[in-house]
Design a protein around this ligand. Structure first.
Ligand code: FAD
Ligand code: DHB
Length: 390
Protein backbone atom coordinates (compact mmCIF):
# COMPACT_ATOMS: atom_id res chain seq x y z
CA UNK A 1 0.00 0.00 0.00
CA UNK A 2 0.99 3.66 -0.32
CA UNK A 3 0.57 6.57 2.07
CA UNK A 4 1.79 10.17 2.09
CA UNK A 5 3.66 9.96 5.38
CA UNK A 6 4.77 6.76 7.11
CA UNK A 7 5.24 7.50 10.79
CA UNK A 8 7.42 5.16 12.87
CA UNK A 9 6.45 5.23 16.57
CA UNK A 10 3.21 6.06 18.40
CA UNK A 11 4.59 8.24 21.18
CA UNK A 12 3.50 11.86 21.61
CA UNK A 13 5.53 12.86 18.51
CA UNK A 14 4.19 10.24 16.09
CA UNK A 15 0.56 10.37 17.18
CA UNK A 16 0.35 14.15 17.26
CA UNK A 17 2.01 14.40 13.85
CA UNK A 18 -0.56 11.99 12.43
CA UNK A 19 -3.38 14.04 14.01
CA UNK A 20 -2.06 17.38 12.72
CA UNK A 21 -1.59 16.01 9.20
CA UNK A 22 -5.12 14.59 9.26
CA UNK A 23 -6.53 18.02 10.16
CA UNK A 24 -4.94 19.30 6.95
CA UNK A 25 -6.23 16.41 4.89
CA UNK A 26 -2.94 14.49 4.65
CA UNK A 27 -3.07 10.77 5.28
CA UNK A 28 -0.48 8.83 7.23
CA UNK A 29 0.09 5.39 8.71
CA UNK A 30 1.56 5.00 12.20
CA UNK A 31 3.63 1.89 12.99
CA UNK A 32 4.15 1.05 16.67
CA UNK A 33 6.13 -1.87 18.07
CA UNK A 34 4.20 -2.05 21.35
CA UNK A 35 0.54 -2.77 22.09
CA UNK A 36 -2.10 -0.06 22.55
CA UNK A 37 -2.51 -1.14 26.16
CA UNK A 38 1.22 -0.74 26.78
CA UNK A 39 1.65 2.73 25.28
CA UNK A 40 -1.42 3.91 27.16
CA UNK A 41 -0.11 2.81 30.53
CA UNK A 42 3.65 3.50 30.70
CA UNK A 43 4.31 6.25 33.24
CA UNK A 44 6.56 9.02 31.91
CA UNK A 45 6.34 12.80 31.70
CA UNK A 46 3.90 14.97 33.57
CA UNK A 47 4.42 18.61 32.65
CA UNK A 48 3.03 20.43 29.60
CA UNK A 49 4.36 23.87 28.77
CA UNK A 50 1.85 26.64 28.09
CA UNK A 51 2.45 26.35 24.34
CA UNK A 52 1.99 22.56 24.34
CA UNK A 53 -1.28 22.78 26.28
CA UNK A 54 -2.48 25.58 23.97
CA UNK A 55 -1.66 23.55 20.86
CA UNK A 56 -3.46 20.43 22.18
CA UNK A 57 -6.49 22.61 22.92
CA UNK A 58 -6.40 24.29 19.48
CA UNK A 59 -6.39 20.96 17.70
CA UNK A 60 -9.34 19.55 19.63
CA UNK A 61 -7.47 17.48 22.21
CA UNK A 62 -7.93 19.69 25.25
CA UNK A 63 -11.23 18.59 26.70
CA UNK A 64 -10.08 15.94 29.20
CA UNK A 65 -6.82 17.82 29.86
CA UNK A 66 -8.87 20.86 30.94
CA UNK A 67 -11.04 18.70 33.20
CA UNK A 68 -8.42 16.40 34.72
CA UNK A 69 -5.15 18.31 34.35
CA UNK A 70 -4.00 20.88 36.88
CA UNK A 71 -2.77 24.33 35.87
CA UNK A 72 0.15 25.45 38.06
CA UNK A 73 1.18 29.09 38.26
CA UNK A 74 4.37 28.57 40.24
CA UNK A 75 7.01 26.08 41.37
CA UNK A 76 9.05 25.90 44.54
CA UNK A 77 12.83 25.69 44.72
CA UNK A 78 13.82 24.22 48.08
CA UNK A 79 17.31 24.24 49.57
CA UNK A 80 18.90 24.59 53.02
CA UNK A 81 15.56 23.66 54.57
CA UNK A 82 13.66 26.57 53.02
CA UNK A 83 11.21 26.87 50.13
CA UNK A 84 11.26 29.75 47.63
CA UNK A 85 8.37 30.23 45.23
CA UNK A 86 9.07 31.05 41.59
CA UNK A 87 5.97 32.87 40.42
CA UNK A 88 5.83 31.46 36.88
CA UNK A 89 2.76 33.38 35.79
CA UNK A 90 3.75 36.63 37.47
CA UNK A 91 7.15 36.54 35.77
CA UNK A 92 5.96 35.54 32.28
CA UNK A 93 2.91 37.68 31.63
CA UNK A 94 0.42 35.07 32.81
CA UNK A 95 1.83 31.87 31.30
CA UNK A 96 1.63 28.61 33.26
CA UNK A 97 2.21 24.84 33.05
CA UNK A 98 -0.35 22.04 33.04
CA UNK A 99 0.31 18.85 34.97
CA UNK A 100 -1.29 16.15 32.83
CA UNK A 101 0.44 12.77 32.44
CA UNK A 102 1.94 11.76 29.12
CA UNK A 103 -0.02 8.49 28.98
CA UNK A 104 -3.24 10.50 29.22
CA UNK A 105 -2.08 12.63 26.26
CA UNK A 106 -1.40 9.34 24.45
CA UNK A 107 -4.89 8.01 25.26
CA UNK A 108 -6.49 11.23 23.95
CA UNK A 109 -4.41 11.07 20.76
CA UNK A 110 -5.10 7.39 20.06
CA UNK A 111 -8.83 7.92 20.65
CA UNK A 112 -8.90 10.93 18.30
CA UNK A 113 -6.97 9.12 15.55
CA UNK A 114 -9.12 5.99 15.73
CA UNK A 115 -12.37 8.01 15.86
CA UNK A 116 -11.26 9.75 12.64
CA UNK A 117 -10.53 6.43 10.95
CA UNK A 118 -6.77 6.85 11.38
CA UNK A 119 -4.46 3.94 10.60
CA UNK A 120 -2.31 2.91 13.59
CA UNK A 121 -0.69 -0.54 13.46
CA UNK A 122 0.20 -1.73 16.95
CA UNK A 123 2.50 -4.68 17.76
CA UNK A 124 4.55 -4.44 14.57
CA UNK A 125 8.10 -5.89 14.49
CA UNK A 126 11.21 -5.93 12.30
CA UNK A 127 10.66 -2.35 11.13
CA UNK A 128 13.21 -1.22 8.51
CA UNK A 129 13.43 1.91 6.35
CA UNK A 130 14.38 1.85 2.66
CA UNK A 131 15.10 4.28 -0.16
CA UNK A 132 15.22 7.47 1.92
CA UNK A 133 17.59 8.99 -0.66
CA UNK A 134 15.16 8.37 -3.52
CA UNK A 135 11.72 9.64 -4.53
CA UNK A 136 9.66 6.81 -3.06
CA UNK A 137 10.94 5.54 0.26
CA UNK A 138 9.30 2.59 2.00
CA UNK A 139 8.96 0.97 5.39
CA UNK A 140 8.99 -2.82 5.78
CA UNK A 141 7.67 -4.53 8.89
CA UNK A 142 5.99 -7.63 10.22
CA UNK A 143 2.37 -7.46 11.38
CA UNK A 144 -0.18 -10.18 12.17
CA UNK A 145 2.36 -12.83 11.18
CA UNK A 146 2.93 -11.35 7.71
CA UNK A 147 5.73 -9.34 6.10
CA UNK A 148 4.42 -6.02 4.80
CA UNK A 149 5.67 -2.94 2.97
CA UNK A 150 4.29 0.58 2.82
CA UNK A 151 5.60 2.99 0.21
CA UNK A 152 5.30 6.68 0.97
CA UNK A 153 6.41 10.21 0.05
CA UNK A 154 8.02 10.91 3.42
CA UNK A 155 9.02 9.00 6.56
CA UNK A 156 8.77 10.56 10.02
CA UNK A 157 11.11 8.84 12.50
CA UNK A 158 9.25 9.31 15.80
CA UNK A 159 10.44 6.06 17.38
CA UNK A 160 12.19 7.41 20.46
CA UNK A 161 15.78 7.11 21.55
CA UNK A 162 15.99 3.32 21.03
CA UNK A 163 14.19 3.23 17.68
CA UNK A 164 15.58 2.32 14.26
CA UNK A 165 15.17 5.64 12.41
CA UNK A 166 18.15 7.58 13.70
CA UNK A 167 20.55 4.83 12.59
CA UNK A 168 19.44 5.51 8.98
CA UNK A 169 21.16 8.91 8.99
CA UNK A 170 24.52 8.21 7.31
CA UNK A 171 27.50 8.52 9.66
CA UNK A 172 29.29 10.68 7.05
CA UNK A 173 26.74 13.52 7.25
CA UNK A 174 25.65 13.41 10.87
CA UNK A 175 27.09 14.54 14.16
CA UNK A 176 26.10 13.23 17.60
CA UNK A 177 26.44 15.32 20.76
CA UNK A 178 25.99 13.67 24.13
CA UNK A 179 26.55 13.81 27.85
CA UNK A 180 25.91 11.14 30.46
CA UNK A 181 25.22 12.08 34.05
CA UNK A 182 26.59 10.11 37.00
CA UNK A 183 23.12 9.80 38.55
CA UNK A 184 19.59 8.64 37.80
CA UNK A 185 16.11 9.28 39.15
CA UNK A 186 14.17 6.88 41.35
CA UNK A 187 10.49 7.53 40.59
CA UNK A 188 7.49 6.38 42.63
CA UNK A 189 3.72 6.62 42.39
CA UNK A 190 1.93 6.90 45.71
CA UNK A 191 -1.68 6.74 46.87
CA UNK A 192 -1.81 9.90 48.95
CA UNK A 193 -3.15 13.43 48.90
CA UNK A 194 -0.80 16.14 47.54
CA UNK A 195 1.93 17.39 49.87
CA UNK A 196 2.04 20.72 48.06
CA UNK A 197 -0.12 22.77 45.68
CA UNK A 198 2.86 23.25 43.34
CA UNK A 199 5.86 21.17 42.22
CA UNK A 200 8.86 21.22 44.55
CA UNK A 201 12.39 20.95 43.12
CA UNK A 202 14.70 20.33 46.09
CA UNK A 203 18.48 20.44 46.30
CA UNK A 204 20.16 18.68 49.22
CA UNK A 205 23.71 17.49 49.76
CA UNK A 206 22.29 13.94 49.79
CA UNK A 207 20.83 14.60 46.33
CA UNK A 208 17.93 16.05 44.37
CA UNK A 209 14.26 15.37 45.14
CA UNK A 210 11.09 16.31 43.25
CA UNK A 211 7.52 16.41 44.49
CA UNK A 212 5.00 16.26 41.65
CA UNK A 213 1.43 15.13 41.38
CA UNK A 214 -0.93 13.12 39.19
CA UNK A 215 -4.34 13.69 40.79
CA UNK A 216 -5.87 14.58 44.17
CA UNK A 217 -5.29 10.95 45.23
CA UNK A 218 -2.08 9.94 43.37
CA UNK A 219 1.31 11.62 43.78
CA UNK A 220 4.51 11.36 41.74
CA UNK A 221 7.84 11.70 43.55
CA UNK A 222 11.42 11.36 42.37
CA UNK A 223 14.81 11.36 44.06
CA UNK A 224 18.33 11.25 42.70
CA UNK A 225 19.93 7.81 42.89
CA UNK A 226 22.77 5.75 41.46
CA UNK A 227 21.67 4.86 37.88
CA UNK A 228 23.00 1.33 38.42
CA UNK A 229 20.98 0.87 41.63
CA UNK A 230 18.20 -1.72 41.86
CA UNK A 231 14.65 -0.97 43.02
CA UNK A 232 14.95 -4.09 45.20
CA UNK A 233 17.43 -2.14 47.37
CA UNK A 234 14.72 0.35 48.21
CA UNK A 235 12.01 -1.02 50.51
CA UNK A 236 9.29 1.57 51.20
CA UNK A 237 10.56 2.74 54.63
CA UNK A 238 14.00 3.54 53.12
CA UNK A 239 12.38 5.58 50.34
CA UNK A 240 10.33 7.64 52.78
CA UNK A 241 13.34 8.18 55.03
CA UNK A 242 15.41 9.47 52.11
CA UNK A 243 12.65 11.75 50.82
CA UNK A 244 12.02 13.14 54.31
CA UNK A 245 15.71 13.94 54.76
CA UNK A 246 16.03 15.71 51.43
CA UNK A 247 12.75 17.63 51.66
CA UNK A 248 12.83 18.61 55.36
CA UNK A 249 12.09 22.24 56.18
CA UNK A 250 12.21 24.15 59.43
CA UNK A 251 8.56 25.22 59.24
CA UNK A 252 6.74 21.97 59.91
CA UNK A 253 5.99 21.10 56.24
CA UNK A 254 4.68 17.56 56.06
CA UNK A 255 5.41 14.93 53.39
CA UNK A 256 2.19 12.96 52.93
CA UNK A 257 3.03 9.26 52.78
CA UNK A 258 0.88 6.45 51.41
CA UNK A 259 0.96 3.14 49.57
CA UNK A 260 3.71 3.06 46.96
CA UNK A 261 2.34 1.18 43.92
CA UNK A 262 5.02 1.78 41.32
CA UNK A 263 8.83 2.11 41.48
CA UNK A 264 11.38 2.60 38.71
CA UNK A 265 14.86 3.98 37.99
CA UNK A 266 15.68 6.10 34.94
CA UNK A 267 19.15 6.97 33.65
CA UNK A 268 19.84 10.55 32.64
CA UNK A 269 21.54 11.81 29.52
CA UNK A 270 21.67 14.69 27.09
CA UNK A 271 21.82 13.82 23.40
CA UNK A 272 21.34 15.59 20.06
CA UNK A 273 21.83 14.37 16.51
CA UNK A 274 22.40 16.91 13.73
CA UNK A 275 20.87 17.32 11.25
CA UNK A 276 17.44 15.92 12.10
CA UNK A 277 16.82 14.74 8.54
CA UNK A 278 18.32 12.85 5.64
CA UNK A 279 16.64 12.74 2.25
CA UNK A 280 12.98 11.93 2.83
CA UNK A 281 13.45 10.85 6.45
CA UNK A 282 12.69 13.44 9.15
CA UNK A 283 13.34 12.76 12.85
CA UNK A 284 11.20 14.22 15.64
CA UNK A 285 11.18 13.93 19.44
CA UNK A 286 13.38 11.54 21.41
CA UNK A 287 14.55 9.87 18.18
CA UNK A 288 16.65 13.00 17.60
CA UNK A 289 17.32 14.35 21.07
CA UNK A 290 17.16 13.53 24.78
CA UNK A 291 17.21 15.90 27.72
CA UNK A 292 17.62 15.04 31.40
CA UNK A 293 14.12 15.29 32.95
CA UNK A 294 14.93 18.10 35.42
CA UNK A 295 13.62 20.81 33.06
CA UNK A 296 10.46 18.83 32.11
CA UNK A 297 11.18 19.44 28.43
CA UNK A 298 11.22 16.04 26.63
CA UNK A 299 7.55 15.67 25.72
CA UNK A 300 7.31 19.39 25.03
CA UNK A 301 10.18 19.23 22.55
CA UNK A 302 8.53 16.28 20.81
CA UNK A 303 5.34 18.35 20.47
CA UNK A 304 7.25 21.41 19.21
CA UNK A 305 9.13 19.32 16.61
CA UNK A 306 6.02 17.82 15.07
CA UNK A 307 4.22 21.14 15.04
CA UNK A 308 7.01 22.42 12.83
CA UNK A 309 7.25 19.23 10.78
CA UNK A 310 3.48 19.03 10.18
CA UNK A 311 3.44 22.59 8.88
CA UNK A 312 6.41 21.90 6.58
CA UNK A 313 4.82 18.70 5.24
CA UNK A 314 1.51 20.44 4.61
CA UNK A 315 3.30 23.19 2.66
CA UNK A 316 5.05 20.58 0.56
CA UNK A 317 2.16 18.20 -0.05
CA UNK A 318 -0.59 20.79 -0.52
CA UNK A 319 1.30 23.64 -2.19
CA UNK A 320 4.49 22.05 -3.54
CA UNK A 321 6.69 24.38 -1.45
CA UNK A 322 9.88 22.75 -0.17
CA UNK A 323 11.17 25.59 2.02
CA UNK A 324 9.70 24.36 5.31
CA UNK A 325 11.12 20.86 4.93
CA UNK A 326 14.51 22.23 3.83
CA UNK A 327 14.59 24.40 6.94
CA UNK A 328 12.98 21.94 9.38
CA UNK A 329 16.16 20.67 11.01
CA UNK A 330 17.72 24.11 11.45
CA UNK A 331 14.53 25.55 12.96
CA UNK A 332 13.88 22.60 15.25
CA UNK A 333 17.47 22.53 16.49
CA UNK A 334 17.25 26.14 17.71
CA UNK A 335 14.58 25.14 20.24
CA UNK A 336 16.27 21.81 20.94
CA UNK A 337 19.57 23.42 21.96
CA UNK A 338 17.78 26.00 24.07
CA UNK A 339 16.03 23.17 25.91
CA UNK A 340 19.30 21.23 26.17
CA UNK A 341 20.91 24.24 27.78
CA UNK A 342 18.05 24.80 30.24
CA UNK A 343 17.80 21.11 31.15
CA UNK A 344 21.56 20.88 31.70
CA UNK A 345 21.54 24.01 33.88
CA UNK A 346 18.62 22.81 36.02
CA UNK A 347 20.28 19.41 36.36
CA UNK A 348 23.66 20.88 37.33
CA UNK A 349 22.09 23.29 39.81
CA UNK A 350 19.91 20.75 41.59
CA UNK A 351 21.85 17.45 41.77
CA UNK A 352 24.58 16.38 44.19
CA UNK A 353 27.73 15.50 42.30
CA UNK A 354 28.93 13.00 44.93
CA UNK A 355 32.16 12.60 46.86
CA UNK A 356 31.22 15.42 49.26
CA UNK A 357 32.87 18.17 47.20
CA UNK A 358 32.13 21.15 49.46
CA UNK A 359 33.23 23.75 46.90
CA UNK A 360 30.77 22.36 44.36
CA UNK A 361 28.04 22.37 47.03
CA UNK A 362 28.67 26.05 47.87
CA UNK A 363 28.67 27.03 44.20
CA UNK A 364 25.30 25.34 43.67
CA UNK A 365 23.83 27.07 46.73
CA UNK A 366 25.09 30.41 45.39
CA UNK A 367 23.43 29.70 42.05
CA UNK A 368 20.14 28.81 43.72
CA UNK A 369 20.32 31.90 45.92
CA UNK A 370 20.88 34.03 42.84
CA UNK A 371 17.82 32.54 41.12
CA UNK A 372 15.52 33.16 44.08
CA UNK A 373 16.93 36.59 45.08
CA UNK A 374 17.39 38.19 41.65
CA UNK A 375 14.13 38.96 39.81
CA UNK A 376 15.79 38.82 36.36
CA UNK A 377 17.33 35.41 37.19
CA UNK A 378 13.95 34.13 38.45
CA UNK A 379 12.26 35.52 35.34
CA UNK A 380 14.76 33.74 33.09
CA UNK A 381 14.08 30.43 34.83
CA UNK A 382 10.31 31.00 34.66
CA UNK A 383 10.42 31.87 30.96
CA UNK A 384 12.41 28.74 30.17
CA UNK A 385 10.23 26.53 32.35
CA UNK A 386 6.84 27.60 30.93
CA UNK A 387 8.39 27.39 27.45
CA UNK A 388 9.06 29.69 24.55
CA UNK A 389 6.21 30.85 22.37
CA UNK A 390 5.84 29.05 19.06
P1 FAD B 1 8.54 8.08 22.77
O1 FAD B 1 7.53 8.53 23.75
O2 FAD B 1 9.72 7.32 23.26
O3 FAD B 1 7.77 7.24 21.68
C1 FAD B 1 8.43 6.45 20.72
C2 FAD B 1 7.53 5.29 20.34
O4 FAD B 1 8.16 4.56 19.29
C3 FAD B 1 7.32 4.31 21.47
O5 FAD B 1 5.93 4.08 21.66
C4 FAD B 1 8.07 3.06 21.05
O6 FAD B 1 7.44 1.87 21.49
C5 FAD B 1 8.01 3.18 19.55
N1 FAD B 1 9.10 2.47 18.85
C6 FAD B 1 10.40 2.35 19.22
N2 FAD B 1 11.10 1.65 18.30
C7 FAD B 1 10.22 1.33 17.33
C8 FAD B 1 10.34 0.62 16.11
N3 FAD B 1 11.51 0.12 15.72
N4 FAD B 1 9.25 0.47 15.37
C9 FAD B 1 8.05 1.00 15.73
N5 FAD B 1 7.88 1.69 16.89
C10 FAD B 1 8.95 1.85 17.67
N6 FAD B 1 9.15 15.24 29.25
C11 FAD B 1 8.46 16.38 29.52
O7 FAD B 1 8.21 17.17 28.59
N7 FAD B 1 8.01 16.72 30.75
C12 FAD B 1 8.24 15.90 31.80
O8 FAD B 1 7.78 16.21 32.91
C13 FAD B 1 9.00 14.70 31.57
N8 FAD B 1 9.24 13.83 32.58
C14 FAD B 1 9.79 12.61 32.29
C15 FAD B 1 9.92 11.72 33.33
C16 FAD B 1 10.42 10.46 33.07
C17 FAD B 1 10.52 9.50 34.22
C18 FAD B 1 10.82 10.09 31.75
C19 FAD B 1 11.37 8.71 31.45
C20 FAD B 1 10.71 10.99 30.72
C21 FAD B 1 10.19 12.24 30.97
N9 FAD B 1 10.03 13.16 29.95
C22 FAD B 1 9.42 14.37 30.23
C23 FAD B 1 10.45 12.85 28.58
C24 FAD B 1 9.30 12.37 27.69
O9 FAD B 1 8.65 11.27 28.27
C25 FAD B 1 9.85 12.00 26.30
O10 FAD B 1 10.68 13.05 25.84
C26 FAD B 1 8.72 11.74 25.28
O11 FAD B 1 8.13 10.50 25.51
C27 FAD B 1 9.24 11.78 23.83
O12 FAD B 1 8.20 11.43 22.95
P2 FAD B 1 8.50 10.71 21.57
O13 FAD B 1 7.18 10.54 20.92
O14 FAD B 1 9.57 11.43 20.87
O15 FAD B 1 9.14 9.32 21.96
C1 DHB C 1 7.49 15.42 36.35
C2 DHB C 1 8.59 15.00 35.64
C3 DHB C 1 9.65 15.86 35.45
O1 DHB C 1 10.72 15.47 34.75
C4 DHB C 1 9.61 17.15 35.96
O2 DHB C 1 10.67 17.98 35.77
C5 DHB C 1 8.50 17.57 36.65
C6 DHB C 1 7.43 16.69 36.84
C7 DHB C 1 6.36 14.48 36.54
O3 DHB C 1 6.49 13.32 36.12
O4 DHB C 1 5.35 14.85 37.13
Amino acid sequence: MHTKVAIVGAGPAGLLLSHLLHLDGIESVVLESRSRQEIESVIRAGVLEQGSADLLTEVGLGERMKREGAVHHGIELRFEGQGHRINLSGLTGGRAITVYPQHEVIKDLVAARLAAGGDIRFDVSQVSLHGIDGREPSVRFRHDGQDREITCDFIAGCDGFHGVSRACLPASTRADFSRKYPFGWFGILVEAPPSSDELIYAYHQRGFALVSTRSPTVQRLYFQCDPADDVANWPDPRIWEELRLRLATGDGWDLKEGRIFQKGIIAMRSFVVEPMRHGRLFLAGDAAHIVPPTGAKGMNLAIADVRLLARALVEQVSFGRDGGLEDYSRQALKRVWRAENFSWRMTSMLHAFGDGDSFQHKIQLAELRNVVDSPPAAAALAENYVGWQF
